[in-house]
Write a new protein. Structure first.
Length: 333
């Protein structure tokens, strides 16, 4: 029996941080290693243009940086197909065709559209491309007849729209697209050094590539329980971001030891963070080694992406043959 297909993408934001690693990426890797799925993961560089069309200077470098982090984290080209959206022109064709059947009202009521337009008010996002973002995303997904789409909750409205567009296509032209399921994993809520959500744009992130003194200093700068001003104040580990990180990186013994020690003020935050920095450095060790390897061998990255583009392209071409036929838009003259 053919394996169920999984598809997901990320916009090329450059280096990934630990929030990305324990959020989206680890979910992707779990699905890859599960064995029953055929995973397709891609860099959504056309999607980057929807909000950054005026500043495209870093998209290329960001794409490579992100691919390095994917490989370092454990995405394995022998198991997953890794590709770049703009290399598969069929995404643009399917996007165009889906545009024809997507009511504008569906796009205008998309909550992420409204939110992003307000949030990114310094950019002019009153473009056709930005409104059409979810149609391009729908094309990405149904192109591969994906059964499951691992995404964060922020992407749920887009997957919901994809489902509606797929149903509409099936109704109008014939049942060829499975209706994709969003796959939401439980992810730990990791905060940045300043206690806000970890984000590259807040300048509060610990990057996957951070190591040595940089890593130690960042861990040392992390916000702790705000009520714990002095070492003699009892702390509340359940409210402390450092403790959340311990649960990801330290041994179970350390984790059970730290909570009561914090509550009874017998361990200080400086010592607690020192131990965390050591655990993170150790846990990230294999990832850093793989990163070094790929930085030394950019030709391997190129070969991996080229191979992924070929594999994805084969599926995309087959889908478009079907779509053109059903829409009566193939003309053999
Ligand atoms: N919109 C997604 C994000 O911002 C990226 C994306 C583009 C995507 N196409 C996709 C995710 C298809 C899943 C499936 O994170
Ligand atoms: Fe947080 Fe550790 Fe300080 Fe407790 S001792 S408040 S868990 S940093």
């Amino acid at each position: 029996m053919a394996k169920k297909r999984i598809l997901s993408g990320m916009r090329p934001t450059g280096k990934l941080h630990l929030g990305n690693l324990h959020g989206a990426l680890s979910n992707w890797i779990t699905l890859q290693n599960h064995g029953d799925y055929d995973c397709y993961y891609f860099v959504a560089d056309w999607h980057a243009l929807t909000s950054d069309y005026a500043t495209t200077g870093e998209i290329r470098a960001n794409t490579i940086e992100m691919a390095i982090d994917w490989l370092a984290a454990g995405l394995d080209p022998a198991k997953s197909t890794l590709f770049i959206q703009s290399a598969i022109k069929e995404h643009a064709e399917l996007f165009l065709l889906l545009c024809m059947i997507t009511p504008i009202a569906w796009l205008e009521r998309n909550p992420t559209y409204k939110e992003m337009k307000e949030e990114l008010s310094q950019k002019d996002l009153s473009t056709f491309g930005f409104l059409g973002y979810p149609v391009l995303q729908a094309a990405d997904i149904i192109m591969y007849k994906a059964y499951g789409v691992p995404v964060g909750v922020d992407q749920l409205p887009h997957v919901e729209l994809t489902r509606e567009i797929a149903r509409r296509f099936n109704f109008l032209y014939g049942e060829i697209f499975p209706i994709p399921e969003p796959l939401i994993a439980e992810v730990p809520k990791l905060l940045g050094m300043d206690g806000r959500k970890m984000s590259k744009s807040y300048d509060n992130a610990i990057f996957m590539s951070d190591r040595g003194d940089d890593l130690k200093n960042k861990v040392g700068a992390m916000f702790t329980d705000p009520q714990r001003q002095r070492k003699s104040d009892p702390g509340r580990p359940e409210l402390c971001n450092v403790y959340t990180f311990h649960r990801l990186y330290s041994t179970p013994e350390t984790v059970v030891e730290i909570a009561p020690a914090c509550r009874s003020a017998s361990i200080g935050c400086i010592e607690c963070k020192r131990r965390l920095a050591g655990a993170v450095a150790e846990g990230m060790g294999p990832i850093h080694e793989r990163r070094d390897h790929y930085v030394r061998h950019p030709e391997e990255i190129r070969a991996i992406i080229e191979d992924g583009n070929l594999r994805a392209g084969r599926v995309a071409k087959a889908t478009l043959v079907e779509v053109r036929e059903l829409m009566k838009i193939s003309h053999e003259l």
